[in-house]
Design a protein around this ligand. Structure first.
Ligand code: NAP
Length: 316
């Protein structure tokens, strides 16, 4: 089967589409024929080993795991001896290691049926980005109906889901993004939009019950000013220096999210999609052989919502 591999850390130029061994499911695993994947900042950070501490986990000098990609959707082709939850033919989605490939084996406890009515591309857009939005708003942010929430980075993969999920919780949502993407953020339900190239939301006198920050580039004191007295700030991404500042601050108002894959949450996202409360905003798709191009596009900050990879199976 074909898969994207990288032998050294570095630029997308180092990614290669190679023939690798097709995996065989262990007892509790299922073999999935991948139809689509999507690109996340996690992929290019792993590819570049950026920040440096990624090497502590992924391999100091070169990647221990040479495969890339995490989000996937596809169809079950075979099930392991003890796997009981799925049948061959079921359409599933989830997060795994090495998803930029034609096949993967995944533990059946870590995946869910994809939403009814979703295309493979739409299902593949959900996993990391939507689960991050859900866990940030619900678990860290404790978002309640009627609250004022600000989504910073509202036009990106995580942000487009965060705007919609916050609306589904009954919040009043303000989305922050660049000029060209204001219409997109309004179109997915934001009640207010702020163009960060023209207005600094930390200095306009507004206060929020929750700031969900996928693009953290302000100071802690700026964020503090934009929070209501009981308000909470959730760091998702952006400046890594913020992680240290938040840890050192020891303030209960500031929290960090490290999203975790979770079958229950995949099922909740399935329901939100099926009831029309959440849709996937897909900017564009690339075939598997053009993963490098897809990563370049995402890294350049051009994407509106998600960048998807489609996997065709005509090259056996
Ligand atoms: N903590 C976790 O568990 C977790 C999980 C997933 C992702 N993340 C992180 O979350 C971040 C966002 O992920 P993503 O998938 O949404 O990435 P993405 O699709 O690349 O989106 C990033 C967004 O940031 C916005 N942005 C850039 N500079 C900004 C600024 N100064 N003010 C406001 N917005 C700004 C961009 O909007 P414009 O184009 O409009 O400028 C873009 O839409 C990344 O850093 C990623 O690593 C963390």
């Amino acid at each position: 089967m074909k898969a994207i591999v990288f032998a050294k850390y570095g630029s997308p130029d180092l990614l290669q589409l190679k023939e690798v061994e097709k995996p065989v499911p262990q007892d509790n695993e299922v073999l999935i024929k991948i139809h689509a994947s999507s690109v996340n900042p996690f992929d290019w950070r792993t590819m570049r080993a950026k920040p440096f501490f990624i090497r502590l986990q992924e391999g100091l000098l070169k990647p221990k795991n040479k495969r890339l990609g995490a989000d996937f959707s596809g169809q079950i082709e075979a099930v392991g001896r003890k796997a009981k939850q799925f049948q061959p033919g079921d359409k599933v989605f989830g997060i795994c290691s090495g998803a930029f490939a034609e096949y993967v084996c995944v533990n059946e406890d870590e995946i869910a049926l994809q939403p009814a009515g979703a295309t493979f591309e739409e299902a593949a857009a959900l996993p990391i980005a939507a689960i991050t939005a859900l866990q940030g708003l619900r678990d860290k942010g404790q978002l309640q109906p009627g609250q004022q929430v600000l989504i910073n980075g509202a036009s990106g993969g995580v942000g487009t889901f965060a705007v919609q999920i916050a609306k589904s919780f009954g919040a009043e949502v303000t989305g922050v993004c660049s000029t060209k993407k204001l219409a997109l953020v309004s179109s997915i339900g934001a009640d207010h939009v702020i163009d960060y190239t023209k207005e600094n939301f930390t200095q306009n006198g507004q206060c929020y019950d929750l700031i969900f920050d996928a693009a953290a580039y302000h100071s802690l004191s700026d964020y503090q000013r934009a929070l209501s007295p009981q308000g909470v700030y959730v760091w998702i991404g952006g400046s890594l220096a913020m992680i240290l500042k938040i840890m050192l601050s020891r303030s209960k108002k500031f929290t960090l999210l490290s999203a975790k894959k979770n079958k229950k949450d995949f099922n909740l996202l399935k329901e939100l999609f099926e009831t029309g409360q959440v849709k996937a905003v897909i900017d564009r798709s690339y075939p598997l052989r053009e993963v490098a191009e897809a990563i370049r596009y995402l890294e350049a900050g051009k994407a509106r919502g998600k960048v998807v990879i489609t996997v065709e199976h005509n090259s056996k």
